[in-house]
Design a protein. Sequence first.
Length: 390
Amino acid sequence: MRARPPYPRIPRLRVALAASCAALLFTAGCSFGEPEPDPAGEPPNLPTPSASANPGGAGQQAVATVLAKGLRVPWGIAFLPDGGALVTERDNGRIVQVGPESGPDGLRVRPVQTIPDVAAAGEGGLLGIAVSPDYARDRTVFVYYTAEQDNRVARLQLGGQPTPILTGIPKASVHNGGGLGFGPDGQLYVSTGDAGQRPLSQDVKSLGGKILRITRDGKPAAGNPYPGSPVWSLGHRNVQGFTWDAAKRMYAVEFGQNTWDEINQITKGGNYGWPDVEGRADDRRFTDPITQWGTADASCSGLASTDRLLVTGCLRGKRLWVMELTDTGTLLGQPSELLTNRYGRLRAVAAAPDGSLWVSTSNHDGRGNPAGDDDRLLRVVFAGGDGGRS
């Protein structure tokens, strides 16, 4: 019996702008019109799409619009109530605001903050960012960054001095973690790497190789599996991206070593096996991934959920992997790849308020081949099939 998706099927989508119609005639047909209004009641003011549909498996196609250019290793994306977004740049410790204002070349990009204590090296620097659920009232932003001695989470108001709320996360030039996001429960989740020290991942007393769950003051959240500890799950090698679906299930993308990269459904107190196993183990001590890929096709960083889909952005794989979920949180069919080799290395993936996805390239990170306008911020809308919405 075919598993039933958790959400109703969505009809064929309209692409963000009618100007893209001619470019899609040969690939996806042309039934697209103006976008529906966003939740605030106004259509988004976006630049003309710069790429036509890119076909993938399972009937999925995507239209990518370049929203911004000339960024430097954009790592984290967090949306503001006005529809603009805060984007971190890893190596220079800078937060920029993208939109909602636009110009002839895309959305307006303006620096709003530099974190002075960032000590960028290798995979370390200014990484994850999260906007307070009560931002309209408290104007508070949270960041994950690499300092001289450790990785840490800090709280700030834009233009003000950051206040560290969680310190002592192991740092290294690789396996540095960096994900940050508020869950449906209102708690702040933090993903960390093992910092190249494998035993840390299975050591409950260490913050390395974990997903952490803390309050806005940096304290262990009530209901965590280990009393007095911020640890939510363990046995991770290097988690950078995580998200929740509409049913409030948590998922994370995991960098493997040489064989398998993973998508895991994250549960309270779950042990995901590193360093004892990589990929599926069929070992009752550990939780197996819901899917995995060879590292050459993946090495994925960002992860987002939209409608019933999970979408991850891959660095080495230079593509998006798109996964459809069943009502039990497993995969329906096989993952589909999109935008393969079109924009180079892809890192952050974030679900925008209008239902599109924002995706960042990472071609200036020392492992890519940057084009003249890299790094770029893309807006991706699914067309064909039945996922996503404009």
